[in-house]
Design a protein around this ligand. Structure first.
Ligand code: ADP
Length: 445
């Protein structure tokens, strides 16, 4: 019935109903991250390396020159503004470019340079004189495939002989034709059809097989099987590379089926901490009171940029409207927006064009807006059962060690229930959340 459907999608934090929603969410989140990220994430952890052959020396490079890339590719790399390999690239690149080629499973959070690394490996291994596919790269969605394609085009800018084609639904080819492009990038279903059913690609001639975003991939029914079926058509000496941002048991099991005799590289996420954050709560009785408290806070302290989190789209929309009426420049991030639109909103906010970003939980998951010094939980983060979502709380307001600029977090409490949630969050982190009197705000500045 339509009314219950509406209310379900309204509470985006609870919109985990079907597996499908969840997968879309994962792919969209990953795409959003790519669209808004224009540099490497900072990570001070050490990479962990597990070599297939522990006795072979482990090479790691501190410069791109050491890799002896083709000059056109080195030019492409520098053209993208890369000065030196990222942490994961330091070890991944020598492995991927070694002769004979080595298989690799690599895990690190998004933004650490995985895509750039495997794109460089593909471009290094193709022979442009051979007019047939030599590298296959599978991604979970069309949009993600396009993003990787853009990186191939940028990095291969000075190597125009190498051509690229997209194996995606909707890209219909004539029966019986053979592809001439050296690199094929696409989604597993179409890629499988092109290798098997239609034979546009001769899988026996493939030298490099890349499986990107393995964790997003396996969330979609069928992708796992299709990927494994593609992998089985490839020759034994084909280099297999698999990348993932996270590594649960299921991803690991899948990885081992795709990549025989792998080298393994892992880079742990930088831990987030609440140590440099001042946490407060404000006691209110209604949404309107929360809004007034918010206005008082704005009247009392100078807030360069703030992010405000709401539980539902409806509240977020309402709050954004009220704030604009008060004269604030407000950006609104909401679930019904296309990923590209969301990325545009975040970009504007990052450029300082808006000072307040109002958003729902789901939208902002995994987004880092480093310069935000004030985070306001207009609604406290809860999971679909109404329990405190500690992980989300930490991610919203926590800071990673190195960039531990001081921050301020203000939680709006409007019922016994939300007070209970707040107390549980406080206990979980063993960090005091101070009560704030919004009629007397001297203390927080
Ligand atoms: P991932 O695939 O792990 O999400 P990407 O390869 O997309 O990471 O890299 C994240 C961002 O960092 C991109 O904007 C990319 O252009 C940039 N980047 C990648 N490698 C380097 C490097 N060695 N130096 C500087 N920037 C880099």
């Amino acid at each position: 019935d339509s009314s219950s459907a509406a209310s379900k999608s309204e509470v985006e934090g609870e919109n985990k109903g079907t597996e499908e929603d969840d997968n879309e969410d994962k792919a969209a989140q990953s795409l959003l991250n790519k669209l808004i990220r224009n540099n490497l994430v900072n990570n001070t952890n050490q990479v962990e390396v597990l070599q297939k052959d522990p006795n072979s020396p482990l090479y790691s490079v501190k410069s791109f020159e050491e890799l002896r890339l083709k000059p056109q590719l080195l030019q492409g790399v520098y053209g993208m503004g890369f000065n030196r390999p990222s942490k994961i690239q330091e070890t991944a690149l020598p492995m991927m470019l070694a002769e004979p080629p080595q298989n690799l499973i690599a895990q690190s959070q998004s933004g650490t340079g995985k895509t750039a690394a495997f794109v460089l490996a593909m471009l290094s291994h193709v022979d442009p004189n051979n007019r047939f596919p030599q590298c296959l790269c599978v991604s979970p969605t069309y949009e993600l495939a396009l993003q990787t394609g853009k990186v191939i085009e940028q990095m291969g800018k000075h190597y125009p002989e190498v051509k690229l084609v997209y194996a995606i639904r909707g890209n219909k080819l004539q029966r019986g034709m053979k592809l001439q492009e050296q690199i094929v990038i696409g989604t597993p279903g179409t890629m499988l059809d092109w290798c098997g059913k239609f034979k546009f690609i001769d899988p026996k001639k493939i030298k490099v097989f890349v499986l990107d975003e393995a964790d997003v991939m396996i969330a979609t029914q069928g992708h796992q099987d299709q990927s494994i079926r593609i992998q089985r058509m490839l020759p034994k000496n084909c280099q297999m590379l698999l990348f993932s941002a996270t590594f649960e048991e299921t991803v690991w099991n899948f990885a081992q089926r795709i990549v025989p005799d792998p080298n393994i590289i892992k880079l742990k996420r930088e831990e987030e901490t609440l140590d440099t954050i001042k946490q407060y709560y404000v006691l209110c009785n209604s949404r309107e009171e929360k809004f007034h408290a918010l206005c008082n806070i704005y009247g009392a302290i100078t807030i360069a940029q703030a992010m405000i989190f709401c539980h539902t789209r409806k509240t977020a929309g309402w709050l954004a409207g009220e704030l604009s009426r008060e004269g604030h420049q407000v950006a609104l991030l909401s679930g019904e927006m296309q990923v590209e639109q969301r990325a545009a909103v975040i970009d504007r906010f990052r450029d300082g064009k808006e000072k307040v970003l109002v958003t729902t939980n789901v939208c902002a998951r995994g987004i880092d807006v480093e310069q935000v010094s004030v985070v306001i939980n207009f609604d406290l983060p809860v999971d679909k059962d109404g329990n405190p979502d500690n992980e989300t709380y930490l991610h919203r307001i926590g800071r990673t060690g190195r960039f531990g600029k001081r921050g301020l977090a203000i939680n709006m409490v409007d019922s016994k229930m939300s007070m209970n949630i707040l107390n549980r969050i406080q206990e979980h982190f063993s960090k005091k959340i101070e009560k704030l009197d919004t009629d007397d705000l001297d203390e927080i500045e």
